[in-house]
Design a protein around this ligand. Structure first.
Ligand code: HXC
Length: 514
């Protein structure tokens, strides 16, 4: 008998072929007609060429069923991205709409556990009609098991979710538990209840895209961190994101050789901050000039734009950057900015990324809706996150550092290792206008020319209080630096602080404000 006649090999090859076809050619064609790739095509696009190895291609929900589709609607396995090992799962919409049975969920749990045990990132590609209706509670059990692994893996290995189709109901909680959510534009959606349920309960009429499309979650809800223009772009974002991250929480982030000079000055920064304190400037120019050339990768770029968070490199070392954007709400901190900053700081701390903070904030955003929606508990999260962070923390006050906003933006009081200020910094309990109104209310009320008097008092306050030198004299700011030297000073600080080990009091865990 030749190899080609061996029935055992024929059976195996036949079964592999069946598994690869998923829900069949007709459904694959339908998927392509929607402009979407299949689960396997996506993995081939994501992973290094030839590196994918599949696990459990023959698993089914009900082994006794004659027509059971091999693989049960999810392709799982491992491979490499830029030579680094990753575990992956990719839901196959051609099989029961990618819906989740217990067997499907357990295939996902298997790669989650393997990622955790091997200290390796895990990437999920989601495209699913949710709980498999025929499975009833077994499906819910499966989802719960996936959520449990998501929570257990949090802070140990990076978890990335790419939403490439529907992700409805409780299914949305798995990506929400992961570190980064990437949604493909126009073809993905996430919501707890769909448009029909929304209409029947609240009377609101809205379509899928308007309720939970990529633009909504990347711009309004903050559920998504990135938008992929199409599937290829979404998968390219995963590959790029991983270049900044370590594979797990006990190794250092990847350091790449930098082609940028660590001693490079940025003279344009010396004139960036306008003389007039209320005129804005673009904080992204500070970040771009300070980091290694072309290394900036913004996270949550469309959401809470008064705050900026993202990754970059300083002399090749991966860092997390937190900043305000004075061009949006004058850089004030509102509820969404608080959530954006605190989550990012915690991520950086979990994965050994030093935190660089560029502060320019007049304070927390005033307003009834901010107060009633809990700016107090949301803002408190920033404090919690910075204090908890044991990674190197280097901060720079660029301009305004008033009141609570000064404290929360990585100040020395919260444990910053090195706190710099630019000569343009105004560090004080409150802004000059507010301070003058409080301190001189009576004189101003009886003054002959209150406006002239106010202007003089404001100028005087700015001279005596709203500058970096009072803080520097009291040792609260470590140095006032020329803006052009910011890159040099940050690299110098990080070279010293990289190996920092800070004790934390023994406890099970803190209780973070929610
Ligand atoms: C079983 C499902 C399914 C599901 C879709 N299919 N969703 N099978 N369970 N949940 C099947 C369809 O029967 C169909 O089978 C195939 O998948 C493709 O579905 P279509 O409807 O033809 O595709 P499309 O028009 O693109 O619509 C996709 C969809 C829609 C928007 C996802 O199918 C849909 O609304 N499905 C139900 C979503 C839902 O309510 N899920 C439960 C949510 S609650 P054939 O054989 O024709 O190809 C939930 C709880 C989780 O998930 C709780 C976790 C804690």
């Amino acid at each position: 008998m030749t190899e080609t006649d061996d029935p055992r090999l024929i059976t195996l090859r036949d079964m592999k072929e069946r598994a690869e076809l998923g829900g069949g050619q007709e459904r694959i064609d339908r998927q392509h007609a929607k402009g979407k790739f299949t689960a396997r095509e996506r993995l081939l696009e994501l992973l290094d060429v030839g590196s994918f190895r599949e696990l459990q291609p023959f698993a089914v929900a009900h082994p006794e069923a004659e027509d059971a589709i091999l693989g049960d609607g999810v392709v799982t396995g491992y491979g490499t991205i830029d030579g680094r090992r990753v575990f992956v799962y990719s839901q196959d919409f051609t099989v029961y709409g990618g819906s989740v049975s217990l067997a499907h969920a357990r295939k996902i749990v298997q790669v989650q556990e393997m990622a955790l045990n091997n200290g390796t990132p895990i990437i999920g590609l989601l495209d699913s009609g949710g709980a498999r209706i025929q499975e009833g509670v077994l499906s819910l059990q499966g989802y719960g098991e996936v959520f449990r692994q998501n929570a257990l893996s949090s802070g140990v290995v990076p978890q990335i979710s790419v939403i490439m189709g529907p992700c409805a109901g409780g299914a949305s909680y798995s990506p929400a538990l992961t570190d980064f959510v990437i949604m493909t534009d126009k073809s993905s959606m996430m919501f707890i209840t769909g448009p029909d349920v929304v209409k029947s309960v609240t009377g609101e009429e809205i379509d899928h895209e308007g309720l939970g499309g990529a633009q909504v979650h990347a711009g309004m809800s903050g559920v998504a961190h990135f938008i992929g223009r199409d599937e290829e772009h979404a998968l390219a974002l995963v590959r790029h994101l991983l270049t900044y991250l370590p594979s797990n929480n006990v190794v250092a982030p990847p350091a790449s050789a930098s082609d940028d000079n660590p001693a490079r000055l940025a003279p344009e920064l010396n004139t960036l901050v306008p003389q007039e304190p209320n005129l804005p400037y673009d904080m992204l120019k500070v970040i771009g000039a300070v980091l290694d050339r072309k290394s900036w990768f913004e996270v949550h770029a469309n959401w809470a734009q008064n705050a900026i968070v993202g990754f970059g490199r300083l002399d090749g070392l991966s860092v997390g950057v937190v900043a305000q954007q004075p061009m949006v709400l004058a850089g004030s901190i509102d509820i969404d900015a608080s959530d954006k900053i605190s989550r990012f700081v915690r991520f950086c701390d979990a994965f050994n990324l030093p935190i660089i903070t560029f502060a320019d904030s007049p304070g927390f955003l005033p307003g009834v809706s901010q107060e009633h929606n809990g700016i107090i508990r949301h803002g408190a999260k920033i404090i919690f996150a910075y204090v908890e962070a044991t990674v190197p923390k280097v901060s720079v006050v660029i301009r305004k550092g008033y009141g609570g906003a000064y404290i929360v933006m990585g100040s020395k009081s919260l444990g910053a290792d090195v706190h710099f200020a630019w000569p343009t910094a105004e560090i004080a309990v409150m802004g000059p206008e507010g301070a003058v109104s409080v301190l001189h209310r009576r004189e101003l009320a009886t003054a002959q020319d209150p406006e002239a008097m106010r202007a003089e008092l404001v100028a005087d306050y700015r001279r005596t209080h709203a500058n970096p030198y009072y803080a520097a004299r009291r040792g609260i700011i470590d140095d006032v630096i020329e803006p052009a030297r910011t890159r040099v000073e940050l690299i110098g600080a990080l070279n010293t602080l990289q190996e920092g080990i800070r004790p934390v009091p023994p406890k099970k865990h803190g209780v973070m404000p929610a």
